[in-house]
Design a protein around this ligand. Structure first.
Ligand code: AMP
Length: 397
């Protein structure tokens, strides 16, 4: 594991600290509906401010095409202030005179949020001139936005080329948690990959079979693997054009000594609806009108048994259509068992990506996992084994 420069070695006192954070929070009717991302960056903001730094927050919001006040960060500044319990100033631009005036007026310990970096198309192009304009308002750059680290944008990567670069506390925690799970893990490592489709997780499966000892496949994507083994899957979600791909993943796994665990039974229904009439069948007895919506009780027991052998768990994707009761049963049972083993000190558990956080929250298990990543795309790219530019730039060379 390569080391990073962290806040431990940063001298921030009386310095202008450009702090890249993820404030791309969900909004409903002009109000922040989930402040998890804001909560996550508070420790870094507080630490820099308490050490006498001037905290200049940089963030993107939505996908504006140029300056578009529908995507302004202004209302978010107020919510950050509320959660921080301190005033947070706001500047109408992240570069130019408005940004400079706001930053020049700061005293040590002050916090200012600059307007959406994506109001400038140069942000996503990592344009060197734009990077320079951003850098004019900072003495050093701290990145605390792991969730944006799969993008080499001006504020997520470019600034690291022109200013002394440090990992914020959230970035540090995330990278350390992920490194413990896949780079230098305690073995056996068990990965759970579920969710809807194989097609969206091909690279992820390809990487994991080479790195983990046991790969548990669940969710809709397991149907494609069952079909690849010649089993009938009725009306279940199944990607018929990927049967060969599924077979080749199984072959690669064999060559890499990775044990693949597929469901042995399933909860099936005739419609994709909460509380639809359902029954448990063996995966060898799925009828033509059956739709597999969850793993069955025998599969739950199998997965629990595998979990008991594992020292490390990496999880992405639910075991079934967890939004529809009772097809959340498999996901809930396995998530709770993983949480229990983690709490008992027997398992290091890391989860993230897409719907996984809501599935684990739904199961009431997220709190007890070792680490739950709120980063969607970045977490998945990391699972795919890709270097993340916004992380690579922070490594000590
Ligand atoms: P993903 O974003 O790929 O992790 O997929 C998550 C989605 O997969 C959730 O919305 C689940 O409802 C869905 N899903 C999981 N298992 C099944 C299944 N057996 N049939 C249909 N959809 C499923």
């Amino acid at each position: 594991m390569t080391a990073f420069r962290t806040l431990d070695s940063a001298d921030v006192s009386n310095k202008r600290v450009l702090l890249r954070v993820d404030l791309n929070v969900p909004m409903e009717n002009g109000k922040v509906s989930d402040a998890t991302r804001i909560e996550r960056v508070l420790p870094t903001i507080r630490e820099i401010a308490d050490k006498g730094g001037k905290v200049v927050l940089l963030a993107h919001f939505g996908r504006p095409k140029g300056r578009d006040l529908k995507e302004t960060l202004r209302p978010v500044a107020a919510v950050v202030a509320e959660h921080l319990g301190r005033p947070v100033g706001f500047a109408e631009d992240c570069v130019g005179p408005a940004a400079k005036a706001a930053v020049d007026a700061m005293k040590p310990g002050d916090v200012v949020l600059l307007e959406n970096t994506r109001f400038h198309p140069e942000e996503e192009k990592n344009d060197p001139v734009f990077v320079k304009s951003l850098a004019e308002n900072g003495d050093l750059w701290v990145s605390d936005a792991f969730s944006a680290a799969h993008r080499a944008h001006a504020s997520t990567e470019g600034l690291g080329h022109v200013l002394p670069a440090y990992a914020g506390r959230t970035m540090q925690a995330e990278v350390e948690a992920l490194a413990h799970a896949l780079e230098a893990p305690k073995r056996p490592v068990l990965a759970v990959v579920g969710g809807a489709k194989v097609s969206s997780k091909l690279e992820l499966l390809g990487n994991l079979v080479k790195k983990v000892d046991i790969l548990v496949i669940g969710g809709g994507m397991a149907n494609t693997f069952l079909a690849a083994q010649g089993k009938a899957v009725g009306k279940s979600l199944c990607e018929k054009d990927l049967l060969d791909t599924a077979r080749s993943i199984l072959e690669t796994a064999k060559g890499a000594n990775c044990e693949i665990v597929l469901p042995v039974d399933a909860t099936v229904a005739s419609e994709f609806k909460a509380h639809a009439a359902n029954k448990v069948v063996s995966v060898d007895a799925v009828g033509p009108d059956d739709m597999i919506l969850d793993i069955g009780p025998a599969s739950i027991e199998t997965v629990k048994g595998k979990l008991a052998q594992a020292k490390t768990l990496v999880w992405n994707g639910p075991f079934g259509a967890f939004e529809l009761e009772p097809f959340d049963t498999g996901t809930n049972a396995v998530a709770r068992e993983a949480a229990r083993l983690t709490k008992a000190g027997q398992l290091l558990s890391v989860a993230g990506g897409g719907d996984t956080v809501s599935a684990l929250n739904h199961a009431g298990a997220a709190e007890d996992f070792s680490y739950v990543s709120t980063a969607g795309g970045a977490f998945l790219e990391w699972l795919e084994g890709k270097p993340l530019p916004g992380v690579e730039i922070l490594r000590l060379r």
